[in-house]
Design a protein. Structure first.
Lengths: 181, 480
């Protein structure tokens, strides 16, 4: 009982922190953008449906992969720690190259990634929610693209890319995206 | 209940009562129905709004989840502003996880509460529902929806007014119908009352009330008319009796005065005087008998007839009675035959009264016999009583008069009274005396012209007084 209440308290604290971060975007610097993006990456998990066959089992983890170089630092682990989505734990994986990328459920490709094209080829046609932050990311096969709008983190979505990959996106998610391609 | 200057309900005219009975229960029933109807409509409408609010707050919480999760107040605002179509919604407020207002919709002068958890101020007419906004397992905000019951109140008010109007119309219809129908109840009674008034004022007992209905009032009319018929009959009997009485009193008086005048003017002497005195005496006795009869009736009616009670021989009583009427019978050549089945016929009673009974019966028999007829008297015994039968071959009794033959002052009709004389008291007195002896009297006739039979039954005297001690004290020598 003690441990569960402790973990509850910890998660509440983390949630409050994440929400606070989301709310205080205008005064936050570039580093806090990634805290927001980490929170958004978590949020995406609830609005995206993967093909059931893309999981090993009913309780097998959701794999959230961050391609090198990792811009999040400990933030991403802090955000995901202890969380579950529909009974699945979240596993954060940092990729060195493109190996194993096709088995990720979410693949975040940082703007500074050197092997972007290679990664895109690796996950071509796979049900991977590929999230990037460069201008032409959707044209290169990405599903979600973060951008900054007057200091707020927003995103565009390519529905065709999602459909091609067999991902189902919630209409609620499409509603809040700036552009849906 | 009683108000000053107002007649209490029980004293109000029937028509007013009928009107009241027609309207008051109707209004009460309508009122109860209306109240229940309006209340039910109100509760159903309120319940609907509550359930609408319950489901709407869940829908809104789900719809704004992505907008809250991805910090998109504009989309959230669009979602909540779609509630504009729902009249009952006053405010729809979305708060983020830190409790700050994220998006809102407010109707007219309403404003969002400072926070989702702000307690409902229980403002009448509003329903507040709060729902978490969740993304996965995380709660990212709250939605607070306030619904407005004023529309329900307004609708209920309109319904109440409509129902009230319907009630008034219903009451008016009930009033009109009751007003139209009340005469059905009051009219027959008023009619009867006015007839009674007319009878009472004019003392004309030939008037009859008209029977308008076949209900209780109709029965009352029948009873009233039957009563009038009785009164009318009594009146006639009384008139006839007075006529007979004056005749009976005047006839001997005329004879007495006539003989007195003859005695005085002709200075009668010897056998002529004796004959005149006989006539005077006979007429005086005749008048005395009339007066005695009247006194007897009066005594019987007031219960003051004194009777000796001793053991008398019925045969000697009957023989004495036969002897008493023999002169009259012989005068009209009528034979009197007495038969007795046995030796002794003891009866407990008053000799003179019993004689009176049989003299009356025999006088009648002689009076109503044709000249040269036969009157038989028979005394018989029974296990418990003696039976005396007086039978004649005279004019008989009409069947419709037979039941009234023992009533006081009744004779067959006026003409008979005049033809045969008498007051019509003889049989009535006979019956009363026989009754006082615990006996019974019975008349029979096969009709007019076929003679009449009178049967008197008298009980055997009780053997010992001690055998019935409880009645010993009551059966003293005199009966009152």
């Amino acid at each position: 009982v003690a441990t569960s209440s402790c973990s509850l308290a910890a998660s509440v604290t983390r949630l409050a922190a994440a929400a606070l971060v989301a709310m205080s975007l205008p005064v936050a610097g570039a580093t806090t953008d990634y805290e927001v993006k980490a929170a958004y990456l978590y949020n995406f998990l609830s609005f995206v449906t993967w093909p059931p066959s893309f999981f090993d089992g009913p309780a097998s983890p959701l794999r959230l992969c961050i391609a090198a170089p990792d811009p999040f630092g400990p933030v991403i682990n802090d955000t995901m720690r202890g969380e579950q989505v529909e009974g699945r734990p979240i596993a954060v994986e940092r990729l060195r190259g493109s190996e194993g990328a096709q088995r990720c459920h979410v693949l975040f490709v940082p703007a500074a990634a050197a092997n972007g094209a290679e990664l895109m080829r690796a996950v071509e046609g796979a049900p991977v929610l590929v999230v990037g932050e460069t201008d032409e990311f959707l044209e290169r096969g990405g599903v979600v693209r973060f951008f900054l709008d007057a200091g707020h983190v927003r995103f565009d979505i390519s529905r065709t890319a999602a459909e091609r990959r067999g991902l189902m996106l919630s209409s609620r998610l499409l509603q809040v995206a700036r552009r849906v391609g | 209940m009683r108000w000053p200057g107002m007649t209490p309900f029980k004293d109000q005219p029937l028509a007013r009562k009928a009107l009241t009975l027609g309207i008051v229960p109707t209004i009460c029933a309508l009122l109860v129905t209306s109240i229940v109807f309006v209340a039910m409509a109100f509760f159903v409408a309120r319940d609907n709004i509550m359930r609408d609010t319950d489901s709407l707050v869940a829908i809104v919480a789900d719809s704004v989840s992505a907008a809250v999760a991805f910090n998109d107040p504009r989309t959230a605002s669009e979602v909540v502003n779609a509630l504009r179509a729902k009249d009952a919604i006053e405010t729809a407020c979305v708060f983020d996880a830190s409790g700050r207002l994220f998006a809102s919709y407010a109707r007219r002068d309403r404003r969002c509460a400072a926070s989702a958890t702000e307690p409902d101020r229980n403002r009448p007419g509003s329903i507040v529902r709060v729902h978490d906004v969740a993304v996965g397992d995380r709660i990212v905000g709250r939605v607070r929806l306030a619904s407005n019951l004023t529309e329900v109140y307004a609708r209920t008010q309109a319904q109440a007014l409509g129902t009230l109007a319907a009630l008034l119309v219903g009451a008016l219809v009930a009033w009109a119908l009751a007003r139209y129908m009340r005469h059905w109840i009051s009219h027959p009674v008023i009619e009867l009352a006015s007839t009674a008034d007319r009878v009472s004022a004019s003392r004309n007992y030939a008037i009859r009330a008209t029977k308008l209905t076949d209900d209780e009032v109709g029965k009352l009319v029948d009873s009233f008319n039957a009563m009038l018929a009785q009164v009318q009959m009594q009146e006639r009997v009384k008139d006839e009796f007075l006529a007979a009485l004056s005749h009976e009193l005047r006839t001997p008086l005329n004879a007495i005065l006539g003989w007195l005048q003859i005695a005085r003017t002709q200075q009668l002497q010897g056998p002529a005087l004796t004959r005149a005195l006989d006539r005077l005496e006979r007429n005086a006795r005749s008048q005395t008998r009339v007066v005695e009869d009247l006194l007897d009736v009066s005594r019987i009616v007031t219960g003051k007839l004194e009777m000796q009670r001793e053991t008398v021989d019925l045969r000697s009583v009957v023989t004495a009675s036969v002897d008493a009427v023999t002169p009259h019978a012989e005068a009209r050549r009528i034979r009197l035959a007495l038969t007795a089945d046995g030796e002794s016929f003891p009866v407990s009673g008053d000799r003179q009264r019993l004689e009176q009974v049989f003299v009356n019966l025999l006088s009648n028999a002689v009076k109503f016999s044709h000249e040269g007829g036969l009157v038989t008297v028979a005394i018989e015994g029974d296990v418990s009583e003696w039976i005396v039968t007086v039978k004649d071959q005279g004019i008989g009794i009409a069947p419709d008069f037979l039941p009234h033959v023992f009533e006081r002052f009744r004779q067959f009709d006026g003409s008979m009274t005049r033809e045969h004389g008498g007051l019509g008291l003889g049989l009535a007195i006979a019956k009363d005396v026989v009754d006082l002896h615990d006996g019974s009297i019975y008349a029979h006739s096969d009709g007019r012209g076929r003679g009449s039979t009178f049967i008197v039954r008298l009980p055997h005297p009780r053997r010992t007084v001690a055998a019935l001690p409880q009645r010993a004290s009551g059966t003293s020598d005199t009966i009152h």
